[in-house]
Design a binder for this molecule. Structure first.
Ligand SMILES: CC(C)(COP(=O)(O)OP(=O)(O)OC[C@H]1O[C@@H](n2cnc3c(N)ncnc32)[C@H](O)[C@@H]1OP(=O)(O)O)[C@@H](O)C(=O)NCCC(=O)NCCS
Length: 180
């Protein structure tokens, strides 16, 4: 398990799946804002790759996020689009509603940076998020990500086009401890 200061990133377990489906992917607003595609209901038993980690898929690594104290599931984290030639990847995360705003997101980004830069030897990590997602922007910036641009009207979200912000962090600029 990858350890942050309050949360850990471990493999996806079978018992995580119904919780993640109910609290993240059945929620039309959350899913529409967090995914770059239309919301669709996820049937029971689905092998949806957001829920069921595919060991054969080398470009994406999916984690479940748990509290270090007690092991309660609090969300998901992903290193995706891993490019071994350019040594880059994207990061993504989603916390259960009751686990947001407690500092876990900042800690998850730190753990994903450790995984990307130290475990995988990557040179660049990237995040795309909606420009009104203050919590995601702050969690990224706390870990040293810088805003590199705005993708104007790039996301169709529930009836309107929204801007996305592109953030990047290079290995040499990464400071292991998020700014307190
Ligand atoms: C985005 C998300 C991962 C952030 O994680 P979090 O644990 O809620 O965020 P943190 O508690 O670490 O807070 C990070 C910063 O955002 C601020 N913040 C938290 N929630 C906020 C909110 N609702 N509105 C404004 N600011 C907020 C915190 O005060 C903190 O600011 P600081 O660094 O200046 O002190 C989480 O809220 C989430 O899963 N949201 C839904 C899914 C999502 O948006 N995923 C990202 C898709 S790209």
């Amino acid at each position: 398990m990858l350890r942050g200061s309050t949360v850990g990133l471990r493999a996806r377990h079978e018992e995580d799946i119904p919780i993640l489906r109910a609290e993240l992917y059945d929620d039309v607003i959350n899913a529409s804002r967090a995914e770059s595609g239309p919301w669709r209901p996820v049937p029971p038993g689905s092998k949806d790759p957001r829920l069921v980690a595919d060991d054969e898929e080398q470009r994406h690594v999916r984690f479940s996020v748990v509290e270090l104290d007690g092991g309660t599931l609090v969300g998901t984290a992903t290193l995706w689009g891993i490019d071994d030639h350019n040594r880059s990847a994207h990061i993504g995360l989603g916390l259960l509603p009751s686990s947001r705003g407690k500092g876990y997101g900042t800690d998850v980004v730190a753990a994903l940076c450790h995984y990307g830069f130290v475990v995988r030897g990557l040179q660049r990590l990237q995040i795309e998020t909606l420009s009104d997602n203050t919590a995601m922007l702050r969690a990224a910036e706390r870990n040293g990500f810088v805003r590199e641009g705005v993708l104007r009207s790039s996301a169709w979200v529930l009836g309107e086009f929204l801007d996305e912000v592109l953030l990047g962090l290079l290995a040499q600029d990464w400071k292991r401890d998020p700014q307190g």
